[in-house]
Each structure stands twice: as structure tokens, then as C-alpha cells.
Write a protein that binds this ligand. Structure first.
Ligand SMILES: Cc1ncc(COP(=O)(O)O)c(C=O)c1O
Length: 393
């Protein structure tokens, strides 16, 4: 493990990962190696067990009942695209929020531009919170989907998923409630049933502690899926048309089994450690960070100042220093890795008032220590003091 860097970019992808993750991938490559669901030999069966275990562990983590309703994809972007492009039909109305990542907004805007869907965007307040009643008010007779980012990748702001789902379904029972859990899965305890989630999209490489190239989607059995890609599935090989059942319908071609071996190890680490325990740690380091900088007159912290209301992502700006310069200074002078700019979420930046310049994003993880946070606080305060001197000069 290298000790010359402080990694505060877990919102992009988590690092470090539990050692078990890399070990499981190496074990797969050196001891198993086969393609799951294709052949009947010992190694293929072992590979199949790894994939099934991954589906089962996701069910445990998200309180889902049907492991076969989870299809694996290469990331959440692919999962969301599959959902939008195969379920939505001409004339459907979709509701989403101003806090969405481009992986939601771009496909939806595309479908809108093609005349396929009608889109309503619920505006969040400057802290990134959407009012539950705004969703209910937007539901129309042709509303097919409500798509909500559970936790913002810019401010960490959490939406009240359960209340939004309940309010929308009270207006129209068959509305499909789709949740982007990219920032919350593994960082916040998720209960799909209690939260009224019909379609849960996830990415494997953030707080689920898997490698890049992994992600997926849970689909309620109430929806009959249509294929996104057509190809080999290892099932119904006598047919020249792609099977229509989950998960095969959305898993055309050989899946990323090496990646899933790693994701499965990440999930087992989460189940063993407990998401609630990881969340308690992440709340503590996030609050320490916010409290360490929020009183500085040159520092602006965006989003909720109470770490209980968010996942461990905090955006800031220092008056008088552009965010990219802050990021470069932190990297070059202190070895602190952050992400600056618009974070693929221009709507979220418009909402908090930082468009088009963006912000400096600090995103912590289960391995972040209070000592590392203190180095970050010191560095920010030093830059902010410098900015204050320049302002006075
Ligand atoms: C809220 C949110 N949604 C979607 C994504 C897209 O994730 P991926 O690149 O893994 O598809 C991200 C990644 O940063 C995100 O933060």
C-alpha cells in the first residue's frame, strides 16, 4: 500500500479496496478461469457459483428476494441505459430530478429529443434536497417512471427515497420507481422493499468495493424485459432469438466474471463489516472535515452541513481561487487526490449555484482516517488564508 498519497476521490471510484477483492480476482484467474453458464465441466460450474453468489450477496445487501432478477452490466451507466431504452415507450412520461448524473440525464434528454418521452425535472433546493410533494404533483396519467439519484455525487445529499416512492405510487400505482444508487450502495443501508424500489441500478466499483467494469440492475418481476443486446446467453441455444427472461435477457455475451469474482469479495467484506458500521465511520470523518473548514470566511461548503443527511461527499470552493487550481495545489503540494469541476452533473451544480465553474469535491471512504482528514483541513485552511491575504492586498 503506497503511503505518499491521501485518496479523497472515493466518489469517482473507491480506493483502496479490501485485499480480499484482488485475491479473489487472482484466484479466479489462476484456479478457475472458465466461462460461467456455458459448459457443464467442473471449472464452468465453479465460475457459475461465483456469479450466483454475487447475485445472492447483492440480495442480502439490498433486501431483495429474487437473485435471478439481477443482471450484471459493465457499470451503472449501462444499467440505466438498458432500463430506459428497453422499458420506455413512445408517449411515456418520466419524472427525474435536477441532481442527476449525466448517466441518467443524457439518455433521458436523448429520448426526449427523439420525441419518445416527455420529461419533468423536479428542482431541488440549493442544498440538493427535492420536496416529496413535487414528485406527487408531477405524476400524470402517462407517467411510467420516476428516476431518482439516491445520493448526489456533488454534495452527498440524500433524497427521501421511501417517501418519494410512496407519494408517487399513491397517485399512480403502476409507476416504476427507479433508483440510481451509484453513491449510496455500500455506503448507506438500502432496503429495496421498504424503500419501494422497483428497479435498482448499481455500480460495482464505488462503495460496493468491487473493481471497475462491474455493475448491474435489479428488475422487479412485475416487468417483462426486452433485450438491449442480442447474442449468446448459454441458455435456449436452440433458438435464434434472444431469451426474454432475467438475467439472460440483459446479459448477452460472456460476462465480466473476473470482475464479478472481485465484486463478490467486496460484497462479502461489506456484509461481514456491516454497512451501518461503515456509514458510522464515514459520518464521523465527513463531519470532522466539515467542522474543520466551515467557519473559514473564504471557504464555502455546499450541501448539508450535517453529515447524517448525506453520504461522505462534500463539495467546497475557496473564494478567489478557481477549483482546478485548488485541486492542483492539493495534489502537488500535499499528495491529496480530489476531483474538481462539474463531476458529470451539471444540473446539480446549477442547483447549488456553482455552474459553470464547479467545485472541489472531497469524497471519503471506509479506509479514510481522521489523521488524513486533518491533513486535508490544514491544507484547505492554508490555501484559504492565502486567498484572504490576496484579497486584502
Ligand atoms: C450518482 C452517479 N450516478 C451514476 C454514475 C456513473 O457511474 P459509472 O461510471 O460507474 O457508470 C456516477 C459515477 O460517478 C454517479 O456518481
Amino acid at each position: 500500500m503506497r503511503d505518499d498519497v491521501i485518496y479523497f476521490d472515493n466518489g469517482a471510484t473507491s480506493w483502496p479496496k479490501p485485499p480480499e477483492m484482488g485475491e479473489a480476482m487472482m484466484h479466479f484467474l489462476t484456479e478457475v478461469g472458465a466461462s460461467p453458464g456455458r459448459s457443464g465441466h467442473t471449472l464452468a460450474v465453479e465460475a457459475g457459483h461465483i456469479v450466483y453468489s454475487c447475485r445472492e450477496n447483492l440480495c442480502k445487501l439490498f433486501n431483495l428476494k429474487h437473485p435471478q432478477q439481477i443482471a450484471f452490466t459493465k457499470n451503472i451507466t449501462e444499467a440505466l441505459n438498458i432500463v430506459f431504452f428497453t422499458i420506455l415507450e413512445k408517449g411515456d412520461h418520466v419524472i427525474t430530478t435536477s441532481m442527476e448524473h449525466n448517466s441518467v440525464m443524457r439518455p433521458l434528454r436523448y429520448l426526449e429529443s427523439q420525441g419518445v418521452i416527455e420529461l419533468t425535472v423536479v428542482q431541488a433546493n440549493p442544498e440538493g434536497v427535492c420536496a416529496v410533494e413535487d414528485f406527487a404533483a408531477a405524476v400524470k396519467p402517462n407517467t411510467r417512471m420516476v428516476v431518482v439519484n439516491h445520493s448526489s455525487n456533488v454534495t452527498g445529499t440524500l433524497q427521501d427515497i421511501q417517501a418519494i416512492s410512496k407519494a408517487c405510487k399513491a397517485k399512480k400505482e403502476d409507476v416504476l420507481f427507479v433508483v440510481d444508487t451509484a453513491q449510496s450502495a455500500g455506503a448507506y443501508p438500502l432496503d429495496a422493499e421498504k424503500m419501494g424500489i422497483d428497479i435498482l441500478c448499481f455500480t460495482g466499483h464505488k462503495s460496493l468495493l468491487g473493481p471497475t467494469g462491474t455493475g448491474g440492475v435489479y428488475l422487479t418481476p412485475a416487468v417483462t424485459p426486452r433485450p438491449f443486446m442480442h447474442g449468446g446467453s448459454g441458455s435456449k441455444s436452440d433458438m435464434e432469438v434472444h431469451p426474454l427472461f432475467m438475467p439472460d435477457v440483459w446479459e448477452a455475451g460472456t460476462i465480466n466474471i473476473v470482475g464479478l469474482a472481485g465484486l463478490n469479495a467486496g460484497l462479502e467484506y461489506l456484509l461481514k463489516t456491516g454497512v451501518a458500521n461503515i456509514r458510522a465511520h464515514e459520518i464521523a470523518v465527513t463531519q470532522r472535515f466539515i467542522d474543520g473548514i466551515k467557519d473559514h470566511p473564504m471557504v464555502k461548503v455546499y450541501g448539508p452541513l450535517d453529515a447524517n443527511q448525506k453520504t461522505p461527499v462534500t463539495s467546497i470552493n475557496i473564494e478567489g481561487i478557481v477549483c482546478s487550481t485548488v485541486g492542483t495545489e492539493l495534489n502537488d503540494a500535499c499528495g491529496i487526490m480530489v476531483r474538481t469541476g462539474l463531476h458529470c452533473a451539471p444540473g446539480a451544480h446549477r442547483t447549488i449555484g456553482t455552474f459553470p465553474v464547479g467545485s472541489v469535491r472531497f469524497s471519503f471512504g471506509g479506509y479514510t482516517t481522521p489523521e488524513e482528514v486533518d491533513v486535508g483541513i490544514k491544507a484547505i485552511r492554508a490555501l484559504a488564508d492565502y486567498a484572504a491575504e490576496q484579497k486584502e492586498a
